[in-house]
Design a protein around this ligand. Structure first.
Ligand code: SF4
Ligand code: SF4
Length: 104
């Protein structure tokens, strides 16, 4: 059920590979390869620091799990009705794409 992510520049990341977004939105409506998917819940840490009302962001005190994911990458074998049914996913630390994306 885990979401592992090395994107330490994201405000939802605890810098230890864990994500604390309450909902993850993964894009990839036309994705045929991993690089065409994208975690759109990424929020740059520096940007958040400039915002007065940080609670507007969907940060959570619980680690994100795959049950928190809405995903548009319909070609992925783990995608069922725009929800992720993978046991765990890994988000790429450089591109924020879903490394677990796989087609049949
Ligand atoms: S999975 Fe997305 S929202 Fe979560 S820490 Fe990584 S880039 Fe940020
Ligand atoms: S594993 Fe597939 S369904 Fe789950 S988030 Fe990644 S691309 Fe979307």
């Amino acid at each position: 059920m885990s979401v592992r992510c090395g994107m330490t520049s994201c405000t939802h990341n605890d810098n230890d590979g864990n994500c604390y977004a309450s909902v993850l939105n993964i894009r990839g409506e036309r994705a045929r390869i991993t690089d065409e998917t994208l975690c759109c819940s990424f929020i740059d840490e520096d940007l958040r620091a400039l915002m007065e009302f940080s609670e507007e962001f969907n940060s959570s005190n619980k680690r994100a799990t795959t049950t928190n994911i809405k995903c548009g990458a319909s070609r992925c074998i783990y995608n069922v009705a725009r929800l992720c049914k993978a046991d765990k996913i890994k988000v790429n630390p450089e591109t924020a794409s879903c490394d677990t994306f796989i087609t049949p």
